[in-house]
Design a protein around this ligand. Sequence first.
Ligand code: ASP
Length: 353
Amino acid sequence: MEAKVSADAMNHRKRILILYTGGTIGMMKTEQGYAPQKDAFHALLRRIPELYADSMPDWEIVDMDPLLDSSNITVVEWNAIGEAIARRMAEFDGFVVLHGTDTMAYTASALSFMLRKNNKPVILTGSQIPLCEIRNDARDNLITALIIASSDLVHEVCLYFGGKLLRGNRAIKYSADDLIAFESPNYPVLAEAGIEIRYHQAALLPPCRGGFSLQRLINVPIGVIKVFPGIQFELFDSIMTERLKGIVIETFGAGNIPRHANSLLPMIRKASENGTIIVVCSQCPHGTVALGAYETSSALKEAGAISGYDLTTEAAVAKLYYLFSRKLSDREIRERMARSLRGEVSIPPLPGA
Ligand code: ASP
């Protein structure tokens, strides 16, 4: 089922909080290249009359301090963004987070887990060309994100960019220079902004019951290892078995590792016994890990690794931070890793179930 909502049909006096974290959208030209500058960005916003139109929601903007190029984001900033939203959850109907594109999919994934039992639209957006440039994608992304944040249909953390609304924890940045820079390869687009905004209601999460709470994240040591032909896993031994608490292994295809990499299996076994959670994701953006489909992947499962199915690496990293921050037992983390918490993963049904 689909619902079309135009700006006119919308309840235009919704209250939306914009959190400005930095990123290209608000950057200005400096001698060292583009850099965020808060006063200049606010001045540019004041010069967009559409933002003050009657059909737009009422909005307020809060700047995060310091404003960042999103390459510098850490769990400290994720906690600050989460806290800024949680503090004003009752006051506002929706939230727009202005963010750099480089790590937007990570932040969207992290917020989707941190904002527990969230029912309000939290829309991350940014741009490839700053608002200060004559030709830019910032203006449209911001205006449409504000309209979507006023929608009664959205109850989750999303990423809006270049005409597409995506589930935040399903999104990946796939282009460094296209204006349509994000994709959600394993989940349908939640809405498309053409002449009208067309929501695909069946793909959206329903509202959840229970009270909202914020889970702050702890900077748990987490690593991502990308498999490549000839990889010498033994070089990773000490970090895998002693230092990291969570590891995402980006394997070939459906979860395959090179056969010569026998040293990996005892390492996975030892790491798992030490309480390290090892999640198997794929280097292919589209499709799912199916441990056991090939001989080259069966051993991973036997050694104690967990299938990430079609989780993006971004969502796998964020989910590990979240689960470790909840101080759950080993068994509870493994159990939650293997199911969908916020629509982040498509778990195939059990045979015969
Ligand atoms: N480096 C910038 C950032 O992620 C890129 C962007 O916003 O598009 O903050």
